[in-house]
Design a protein around this ligand. Structure first.
Ligand code: UDP
Length: 489
């Protein structure tokens, strides 16, 4: 443990969704591993998801803690106990209303947060981009706020270019491609691929929320990014030097999880016994299994799941496929062909619910990843050194897809043309079969695998002593320590 932090005290305040909480907890661990005192602020249900992780950290001597604030579900029109976006069962296109409700509920935590700030006097807070009010709360006590977006530099720059220059408004139709103005690399998108996060035509509460988030972000002390310099140097430089933003890259933050148990319990309790999962993977040849997962909140319709099943079978590849459905013995599973699992025994493994993703991706048997391009999954795929089939759904995932396929050149598109907020996305089995085969055994597979492997090695080096992310985190800690020192004297 370094002593460079002089017991700097950091608060981490994640948004209530797995894709935001998981990297925030990792970040808290990383700061603690460098000698800081860290406190994660969350709600009772979310705290329970991480209690094992935190206890393990404490047992190993890290100064890390959780403070729990009651989340006002009912007051904002959410069911009792609904404290995480993962628990929402409404269709994906209703998500923005849910995000608004979650944000309204979270904003009601400003007063209890201020009490904690007053009592514990942290030196800095790292708060999610959606929690815009945390700036005011921290500012009252002269505490700097760092913003965490949960995505990489490429997408941060792309989103900012679209906000500032609005190239999406200069095309005639939703399907006419436009070039993202000023973003290095001639990146093309269509309006159909823009999620609500960019498409300000939505209006109403959601757009208002985004405006408030942006205003508070711009007043904040800086941005912490879960990425590493070598992965996207052009865009890290663009963000800092052209967009003039203060930013630290400290990722891949997932790399603070080293042991099997740590990896297995990351984010939630896995629905499969970790040893059973490892045994299955151990029985496979290196790079012979494709891992298929669409993140923490995607619920596909039965017809699409059926198509995925058929596509995977037809690809002839071995697979682990994560489906966000709980098995109910009485209920017939209408999303799976009759006898599918029996037929696929030994060849394909379906995990219903939560998969130990890090453990799986890091296993040498895994040679490809079908992903929805959430940034955490994308970066975890890069770190594991596996090529990807990109199947973006919403948020900034279409930008992440461009990054993987056009910039890094370690992936192929499955061919999604529009964000899920629009109806009509359906990927046919033949397309899935072709993409999976190509990533695992096609003409370009070897070249992509070589590139992916090199990036994976760079990712791991970045967080080792002397690596780019290790150094940037050290610089951030030193800057905050200096600030603390000046405030005390
Ligand atoms: N994850 C996991 N098991 C699952 C589903 C997701 O461990 O069954 C983790 C995954 O490793 C990643 C996060 O949850 O760290 C999902 O974040 P991402 O940004 O990829 O997508 P989101 O869920 O936010 O759409």
């Amino acid at each position: 443990m370094d002593s460079e932090s002089h017991q700097l005290h950091m608060f981490f305040i994640p948004f209530l969704a797995p894709g935001h909480m998981i990297p925030a907890v990792d970040m808290a661990k990383m700061f603690a591993m460098r000698g800081a005192q860290t406190t994660i602020i969350t709600t009772p249900f979310n705290a329970s998801l991480f209690s094992n992780t935190i206890q393990r950290c404490k047992n190993s001597g890290l100064d890390i803690d959780i403070k729990v604030l009651k989340f006002p579900c009912v007051e904002v029109g959410l069911p009792e106990g609904c404290e995480n976006l993962d628990l929402i069962t409404t269709p994906k296109d209703a998500n923005r209303e849910m995000v608004v409700k979650f944000c309204k509920g979270a904003a009601m935590l400003q007063e209890p947060l201020e009490q904690l700030l007053q009592e514990l006097k942290p030196d800095c807070i790292v708060a999610d981009v959606f929690l815009h009010w945390t700036f005011d709360a921290a500012n009252k006590f002269g505490i700097p706020r760092l913003v965490f977006h949960g995505t990489g530099f490429f997408s941060l720059c792309g989103l900012e270019c679209m906000r500032l220059y609005e190239p999406q408004k200069k095309v005639e139709s939703d399907s006419e491609p436009f070039v993202v103005t000023n973003l290095p690399g001639d990146v093309k998108l269509t309006r159909k691929q823009l999620s609500d996060f960019i498409d300000q035509r939505i209006g109403g509460d959601f757009t208002q929320l985004l405006i408030e988030c942006k205003a508070s972000e711009l007043k904040s002390y800086g941005v912490v990014v879960n990425s590493f310099y070598e992965l996207e140097a052009t865009y890290a430089d663009y963000f800092r030097n052209v967009m003039g933003r203060k930013a630290w890259h400290i990722g891949p933050v997932s790399q603070c999880n080293r042991g099997t148990e740590e990896k297995a319990e990351r984010g939630n309790e896995a629905s499969i016994d970790e040893q059973e999962c490892l045994k299955w993977l151990d029985s496979k040849k290196p790079k012979s299994v494709v891992y298929v997962s669409f993140g923490s909140t995607t619920n596909f319709a039965a017809a699409q799941l059926m198509e995925i099943a058929m596509g995977l079978e037809a690809s002839g590849q071995q697979f682990i496929w994560v489906v966000r459905k709980k098995k109910n013995k009485e209920e017939k599973e209408d999303w799976l062909p009759e006898g599918f699992e029996k037929k696929m025994e030994g060849k394909g493994l379906i995990i219903r619910g939560w998969a130990p993703q890090m453990l799986i991706l890091d296993h040498e048997a895994v040679g490809g990843f079908v992903t929805h391009c959430g940034w955490n999954s994308t970066l975890e795929g890069v770190t594991a050194g596996v090529p990807m089939v990109t199947w973006p759904l919403s948020a900034e995932q279409f930008l992440n897809e461009k990054f993987v396929t056009d910039v890094l050149k370690i992936g192929i598109v499955v061919g999604i043309q529009q964000s899920v907020k629009m109806l009509g996305n359906f990927v046919k089995r033949e397309t899935i079969q072709k993409a999976v085969k190509e990533i695992m055994a096609g003409d370009r597979a070897h070249e992509m695998r070589k590139k992916a492997k090199a990036l994976g090695e760079m990712a791991k080096t970045a967080v080792e002593k002397g690596g780019s992310s290790y150094t940037d985190l050290g610089d951030l800690i030193a800057e905050l320590s200096l600030r603390r020192h000046s405030a005390l004297n």
